[in-house]
Design a protein around this ligand. Sequence first.
Ligand code: IPD
Ligand code: CA
Ligand code: CA
Length: 265
Amino acid sequence: MARSALLNVMVQAAMKAGRSLSRDFGEVQNLQVSMKGPGDYVSQADRKAEDIIFAELSRARPGYGFLMEERGAVSGDDDQHRWIVDPLDGTTNFLHGIPLFSVSVALERQGQIVAGVVYNPAMDELYTAERGGGAFVNDRRLRVAARTKLTDTVIGCGVPHLGRGHHGNFLIELRNVMGEVSGIRRMGSAALDLAYVAAGRMDGFWETGLSAWDIAAGILLIREAGGFVSDVGGGQTMLESGAVVAGNEAIHRALLKTVTKPLKA
Ligand code: IPD
Ligand code: CA
Ligand code: CA
């Protein structure tokens, strides 16, 4: 499949980091880990993957800025472009030997996400999208699922845990959603969750408390696969608020309404 020079650069960086993660995944028991907060481990593998992406992208596009999970914001000479990167999304899965983790790389140009790559090295699935050019998994074009009734859907979400997220709010959201849908999934990599919605494997997704690097690439994948993404208020503050609701047009609308339904006394 012919890819643009930009996507090639991003794919090369994501796959190189992915190969490094794969090697470390095989030896996950031997990894030295440091605690960043309850349930939120940062491993050597994570840092190594980030270093690879930083080096690759800096070499290919000198001057672009970065927003990376470990490094934070790194400004460049070119203030029009910024890479938004999570070198390892799904760290808890990774540390537990569950092969659901990903590398997420997005490019923002003048505040707009213009390209996104999500790579799951364990399954060798490469999701790519460029603004206006469609979304793909490996060489296959992606399209969001066509189901329009919430009752037929499988919906992904994130679940707060020890030290993370607003447990009370989530329980209200879950109560609202679980009575309306066919199934709920918690995969543990928000970037992959969004890629799965783009691929039509899940019909929708919602989560709050995320960071820009978890969702920047996935948001573009969904849009380029014909889907809709917003924050929980229906606005476009996802990267700032860390809240996302996604699906095809009908499911996005229905899920948004359901998630935010006030709890009846
Ligand atoms: C996490 C994953 C997870 C989501 C968490 C994120 P990390 O990212 O995306 O699915 O529920 O909120 O922090 O820590 O594995 O990079
Ligand atoms: Ca993440
Ligand atoms: Ca991460």
